[in-house]
Design a protein around this ligand. Structure first.
Ligand SMILES: Cc1ncc(COP(=O)(O)O)c(C=O)c1O
Length: 450
């Protein structure tokens, strides 16, 4: 029943596979046209935080589309954009009070980076223009966001179109020298960032962008507890704007509104996306302090990031309804509770073939796969383990998120989980048992069963 690509006009994401056609979603489940049920263990691409088929969100979207679907953000403001911005500002760290809504994570990252550069230029420091980012990291697929991302296989065809971004080794406890244990290595202590800042001359650095908890780049890796405090100190000392890319982690995914919250520090600029409208519409946002906007107001008069669909009434209405739903149903609190359960149950997978590490926070988890647990050596990319595991999981009726390149940019397989915040204990058990069966089958398929 899967879609035959030769009989379709869709330019598919993957051109060599057949896709099940999903016709309906309800709660944590998706249903294809044959009536087969899939447990959405990854919330799609870490998006479906509320679950599927929530009537209140659909109604809010329909009501706004009927009342006012579109006005251009250069000419008018509108009720939903005002309300959404107030609600996001209320949840953000003190000082982050202005919200610039866009449609995708990549757009928000581009806008945040442009804001940083424009701010320094209009403050009288046009030389502050370099960007620093972690390696590995992922910030999106448009060209500036891709330049900031250290995921070499995404960039391979476009290298000469990308701008230079300075790479700083990421705190990736499973793969770095200290293995996350004190005394920390330079990547995990922040010393690598300090060295990079000094080497590049801080007077030329505009911004440091990073994911507070690893998304698809380091697969739900948690930097050591003191890492972000050190980042804050360094960025303060050297007058560098720190952009927390919370496209994946924001809006509650790790059990708090932002993944940085437990670290007790705040960035200068934050990006949100994915779960901020739960997948009901494409919505993202840059959250910034008024002081940056005031500099632009006194200079050029605005952020040079005009897009037709920024500040869109229907998208913002979906965001307002999502935030209300999260609050009324205490879903971020629930994400923290069910997240603890998910992490505990997933830990049982450590005994299975190929499982090197299980980690994460809240309802965001990564299971990293290796050929050898002692040396942490990955299977070669040619084995196609991540894909084999995702396919075996789908056969079991479970959707997981496969990732590759974690050991060295090419080799190194991982799957991630990010179920909706409404996931129940029995669905968590279903996720873990289906994944365990899929792991055994995938290990056999790639000839790595032990
Ligand atoms: C941390 C992070 N930033 C940015 C993006 C890009 O978002 P989008 O795919 O909506 O452009 C992603 C997407 O996965 C992400 O995980």
């Amino acid at each position: 029943m899967d879609q035959d690509p030769s009989r379709s006009h869709v330019f598919y994401r993957k051109l060599n596979r057949r896709y099940p056609r999903i016709v309906r979603g309800e709660g944590c489940y998706l249903y294809d046209q044959a009536g087969r049920r899939y447990l959405d263990g990854s919330g799609g691409a870490f998006v479906a935080n509320l679950g599927h088929g929530v009537r209140e969100i659909a109604d809010a979207i329909a009501a706004q589309a009927g009342r006012l679907a579109y006005v251009n953000g250069t000419a008018f403001t509108n009720d939903p954009v005002e309300e959404l911005s107030t609600e996001i500002a209320r949840r953000s760290p003190p000082g982050l009070e202005l919200v610039y809504p866009l449609c995708s994570g990549s757009e928000a990252v581009e806008a945040a980076l442009k804001l940083a550069r424009q701010y320094w230029g209009e403050s009288g420091y046009p030389g502050k223009r370099k960007i620093l980012s972690l390696s590995p990291s992922y910030h999106g697929n448009t060209l500036l966001a891709l330049s900031a991302s250290a995921r070499p296989h995404y960039a391979a065809s476009f290298r000469d179109w990308l701008v230079d971004v300075v790479r700083v080794p990421a705190p990736y406890p499973y793969r770095c020298e200290c293995r996350g244990v004190a005394p920390h290595c330079p990547s995990c202590s922040g010393e690598a960032l300090e060295r990079a800042l000094l080497r590049e001359n801080p007077e030329m650095v505009a911004a440091f962008i990073a994911e507070p908890v690893g998304g698809s780049s380091t697969g739900a890796s948690l930097p050591p507890s003191g890492y972000w405090r050190r980042v804050r100190e360094l960025c303060d000392r050297h007058d560098v704007l720190w952009i927390a890319d919370e496209i994946l982690t924001g809006a509650g995914r790790t059990g708090t509104w932002s993944a940085l919250e437990p670290y007790g520090v705040a960035p200068d600029i934050m990006t949100l996306g994915k779960g901020v409208a739960g997948g009901y519409v494409p919505l993202s946002a840059v959250v910034a302090p008024r002081r940056l906007a005031e500099t632009l107001a006194a200079g050029s008069g605005g952020l040079m990031h005009a897009q037709t669909f920024s500040h869109h009434p229907v998208l913002c209405a979906a965001g307002v309804a999502t935030l209300r739903y999260l609050r009324e149903h205490r879903l971020i609190e629930r994400c923290a509770e069910m997240g603890a359960l998910l992490q505990a149950r997933l830990a049982s997978l450590r005994e299975l073939p190929l499982v090197g590490d299980v980690r994460g926070r809240g309802l965001l988890a990564g299971v990293e796969l290796v050929a050898d647990r002692q040396t942490r050596e990955p299977l070669p990319r040619s084995a196609g383990l991540a894909e084999a595991l995702a396919a075996a999981a789908l056969d079991e009726g479970l959707v997981v998120w496969p990732n590759t390149g974690h050991a060295d940019g090419v080799n190194g397989d991982l799957v991630m989980l990010a179920p909706p915040f409404i996931v129940t204990e029995s669905q968590i058990d279903e996720i873990v048992s289906s994944l365990a069966r899929a792991l055994r089958r995938a290990a056999e398929r790639v000839g790595a069963a032990r």
